[in-house]
Design a protein around this ligand. Structure first.
Ligand SMILES: Cc1cc2nc3c(=O)[nH]c(=O)nc-3n(C[C@H](O)[C@H](O)[C@H](O)COP(=O)(O)OP(=O)(O)OC[C@H]3O[C@@H](n4cnc5c(N)ncnc54)[C@H](O)[C@@H]3O)c2cc1C
Length: 392
């Protein structure tokens, strides 16, 4: 068995793991990343696309914002289409100058991977049978790569291995509590090389269900439809998708919509999930390993980034100043922000989707709530403040 030593072993090379690696590298802290998939697979996963200002700032701090600055699309507003009319939420005016940036998670991942390669940092891709041991005392990570067994002896483990990872699953059940809500529908998403229907994102609340008109660039669009969980992606031809999207749009957007062949199509189930606490001795959970939000509030990737902001700072304080304060406060600080984002994501999902179990009374109340939010300065400010991201 090969035995390696490092300060921090990072499990998972998604945005959380790669960003933590980059911030630790900048601070001169030795670490190794272990990922079970191939580099190509990780780099090509199509997922989130809206970055909060604090996430953009963190990527700048990590020194990986060159492409983001050149290709990211700053957005100062979003539209909500309901009651057959579009209502603009002026994010920037309602939040004293804040905005969000459209820049795909795939691009963030590629930028971080390139920076890592250029710095010659150590990563293991295609790691099999990854196990973490002894994290309340002397942490170790074991895995098999290219047929040889490897053990990493480390001081801390960062569990950045997503919802299906092994880090959270390795915690004894009496040390962990989880909170979960599963929604009775999913999002059927399509990616296509067609110009977006509008310069800003359109969140659609319609009698036929929710839809989202989003984008990755001026020439690449991402559209979503709320569908029952029983739907199969194979049953959705591109034509059927575009037809249903048109049915949920207003006449002007329907007219403007440019359709084309999909380059990716998938159904993602919607779930809210939180793990408490997020630290177990010398093991920290971050990103999707610790929490999941339905994508309605565009918070998943941004929450992963805020966990990493807290975790990198805690580790830097520990290694540079010998202070354990950040480490001891990590879980509490993260969870405070996580629950607020969970609330916002749940609220947006509840407000904009059609629930089959909803009574007519509940539906009317929801419509009244949406109408109040859109008509009131206070309501629009609440939505805007949460959408652009709450401060760290
Ligand atoms: C289909 C889909 C669509 C999404 N759309 C949006 C969206 O529109 N907006 C939004 O804000 N968020 C969205 N999200 C959420 C967002 O993508 C995640 O919040 C984000 O990827 C979290 O990053 P992460 O690094 O914490 O986890 P991940 O990106 O899941 O990365 C975890 C990594 O760990 C690796 N791993 C897993 N198990 C092991 C193991 N045993 N050993 C080693 N490595 C392991 C995985 O291969 C993966 O590379 C979406 C998520 C999904 C799944």
């Amino acid at each position: 068995m090969d035995i390696l030593k490092t300060k921090v072993a990072i499990i998972g090379a998604g945005p959380s793991g790669l960003l933590l690696g980059q911030l630790l590298y900048k601070a001169g802290i030795d670490h190794i990343i272990v990922e079970r998939q191939s580099e190509e697979y990780v780099a090509s996963r199509i997922r989130a696309g809206i970055l909060e200002q604090v996430t953009v700032d963190l990527l700048e701090q990590a020194g990986v914002d060159e492409n983001l600055k050149n290709k990211g699309l700053p957005h100062s507003g979003i539209e909500i289409l309901t009651f057959k009319q579009k209502h603009r939420i002026d994010l920037t005016n309602l939040t004293e100058g804040k905005q969000v940036t459209v820049y795909g998670q795939t691009e963030v991942t590629k930028d971080l991977m390139t920076a890592r390669k250029n710095s010659g940092l150590q990563s293991f891709y295609m790691a099999q049978d990854v196990r973490i041991n002894n994290f309340y005392d002397q942490p170790e990570v074991e895995f098999v790569v290219d047929g040889r067994a490897v053990k990493i002896e480390c001081e801390f483990i960062a569990g950045c291995d997503g919802y299906h990872g092994i880090c959270r699953a390795s915690v004894p059940s009496d040390q962990i509590k989880t909170f979960e809500k599963v929604y009775p529908f999913g999002w059927l998403g399509i990616l296509a090389d067609v110009p977006p229907v509008s310069d800003e994102l359109i969140y659609v609340q319609s009698e036929r269900g929710f839809a989202l008109c989003s984008m990755r660039s001026h020439t690449r669009s991402r559209y979503y439809l709320q569908v029952p969980l029983t739907e199969k992606v194979e049953d959705w031809s591109d034509e059927k998708f575009w037809e249903e999207l048109k049915n949920r749009l207003d006449p002007e957007s329907r007219e403007k919509l440019v359709t084309g062949e999909s380059i990716e199509k998938s159904i993602a189930p919607l779930r809210s999930f939180v793990t408490e606490p997020m630290r177990f001795g010398k093991l920290f959970l971050a990103g999707d390993a610790a929490h999941i939000v339905p994508p309605t509030g565009a918070k998943g990737l941004n929450l992963a980034a805020s966990d990493i902001a807290y975790l990198s700072q805690a580790l830097i304080e520990f290694y540079h100043d010998g202070s354990e304060k950040g480490i001891n406060e990590y879980s509490e600080k993260c969870l405070k922000r996580v629950w607020k984002a969970e609330r916002f994501s749940w609220w947006m999902t509840h407000l904009l989707h059609r629930f089959e179990t909803e009574t007519e009374f509940e539906h009317k109340i929801k419509q009244a709530e949406l109408s109040y939010i859109l008509d009131s300065q206070a309501g629009r400010t609440t939505l805007a403040e949460n959408y652009v991201g709450l401060p760290y």
